[in-house]
Design a protein around this ligand. Structure first.
Ligand SMILES: [Zn+2]
Length: 73
């Protein structure tokens, strides 16, 4: 089943599921980077796929990128 996302749904999802705010006003597809504002005040860009599926819902300061698999200490 394919859920069709619109910018309004993404904004709602962002508000309900994260501390970040969606700044982008248009959504053109899953490969597009959207602009978010983190709770700390930083802006960050992320595709919605990463934001949603990979739980990357904060800026890289608050949520540093994970190490590639296999290199965990
Ligand atoms: Zn942050």
């Amino acid at each position: 089943m394919n859920k069709r996302w619109t910018i309004d749904k993404i904004r709602e999802f962002t508000e309900k599921n994260s501390d970040s705010t969606l700044l982008s006003t248009e959504y053109h597809g899953f490969s597009q980077k959207l602009l978010f504002k983190c709770a700390c005040g930083n802006n960050f860009e992320k595709t919605f796929t990463k934001f949603n599926k990979n739980n990357q819902r904060k800026c890289e300061v608050c949520q540093p990128p994970k190490e590639p698999r296999g290199s965990q200490a």
